[in-house]
Design a protein around this ligand. Structure first.
Ligand code: ADP
Ligand code: TRP
Length: 333
């Protein structure tokens, strides 16, 4: 097994979707056999938008269940909840001393959120990238499987690691985004506007908990047009999106058939979408069923969380001790 450490997290805000699966979880599942992995539910990160306390708990259980249903094995990886590891906020506090207002304000995700929730531009939102850096550096991770939207946060984590090392002496490796393909993935929404997302664009996002009927309805509503007017025409974005989704869940023969039909101008978009809908149903249904089964056994989920908490704290407390020592916070030895 490779010794390089892997860390990644998913916020507990709403339902996981196909973008989370292909951008993040598919890589998690592959990495668990090759690397020491730490995967967690980022519940502190979800607090920036003030979730209803009554919903937080079921959401955390659900993200955990969905991770396991997608193939993560809690005996192979360390699977935990962020707020169960107090070493993370302690490192976050230290890193905040090295994070500057100007760079935090320039972060794309901060600017987006500040625009979309002008009445709640809180300090947690501003320092979201330092908390994320703490999540990663607390285990000295080198690889972080995430989707394309997280690239800037990873760059900031590298900056904070470098600054710490420069000021206090070498401690943290620089973490890089990771994907088994060459490029980081962005799963587009079905209406051709932006990406699939937990809370926006709900009708154009396929959730891992959608029923067969809902999946069929959403796919059949995907945007198309009159069809190509000349052979081998370039595809408009929204048609390319449908083919891209097909690449993820359909067989090669199916993809070849529809690509040839498109290039020969005899494609029937109704048939294309029907095929995609069935392949999506076959892909999502087993994950949904397994998630429901796991959610019915809360005490097993709690045991998994507890085991993850212990393993995560063991690793985190060692690194935190080193960080404290480097900073001179070691008054009793
Ligand atoms: P969301 O953006 O839906 O709120 P998160 O921010 O919790 O989801 O993201 C969890 C992981 O899923 C991250 O690694 C993120 O990069 C990835 N991800 C989210 N949406 C997409 C998407 N549409 N395509 C690819 N990856 C995505
Ligand atoms: N910021 C990530 C997102 O919105 C979630 C996240 C929090 C994360 N901490 C992390 C991802 C650490 C990777 C590593 O998707």
């Amino acid at each position: 097994m490779n010794k390089d450490i892997v860390v990644s997290g998913i916020r507990s805000t709403g339902n996981l979707h196909l973008g989370n699966y292909f951008g993040a979880m598919r890589n998690y599942v592959k990495m668990q056999d090759e690397f020491p992995c730490f995967f967690f539910v980022a519940d502190y990160h979800s607090l920036t938008t003030h979730p209803d306390p009554l919903q937080l708990k079921p959401n955390v259980y659900k993200v955990l269940a969905e991770n396991i249903a997608c193939g993560l094995d809690p005996n192979k990886v360390t699977l935990y909840v962020q707020s169960d590891v107090p070493e993370i906020p302690e490192l976050y506090l230290m890193l905040n001393m090295m994070a500057y207002k100007g760079e935090l304000e320039k972060t794309a995700s901060f600017k987006d959120k500040a625009r979309s929730q002008p009445d709640n531009i809180n300090a947690g939102l501003l320092t979201y990238p330092t908390l994320m850096a703490a999540d990663i550096l607390i285990h000295k991770a080198k690889y972080v499987p995430v989707g394309k939207d997280q690239e800037q946060h990873l760059e900031m984590a590298r900056n904070f690691a470098q600054r710490f090392n420069h000021r206090y002496g070498e401690l943290f490796p620089e973490p890089y985004p990771f994907n088994f393909g060459n490029e980081l993935i962005k799963i587009p929404s079905l209406d051709g506007n932006g990406k699939m997302s937990k809370s926006e664009n709900e009708n154009a996002t396929l959730y891992l908990s959608d029923t067969d009927e809902v999946i069929r309805k959403k796919v059949m509503k995907a945007k198309t047009d009159q069809g190509p007017t000349e052979p081998n025409m370039a595809m408009p974005d929204y048609i390319e999106n449908i083919f891209d989704l097909m690449k993820l869940v359909s067989g090669n023969d199916v993809l070849e058939k529809f690509t040839t039909d498109y290039n020969n101008c005899n494609i029937r978009y109704g048939d294309l979408k029907k095929q995609l809908a069935e392949d999506m149903v076959n892909f999502i249904a087993p994950i949904r069923t397994k998630t429901i089964e796991l959610q019915q056994d809360i005490s097993s989920l709690q045991s998994i969380m507890k085991m993850g908490k212990e393993k995560a704290r063991e690793s985190a407390s060692n690194v935190l001790d080193e960080a404290r020592k480097k900073m001179g916070i070691n008054y009793y030895c």
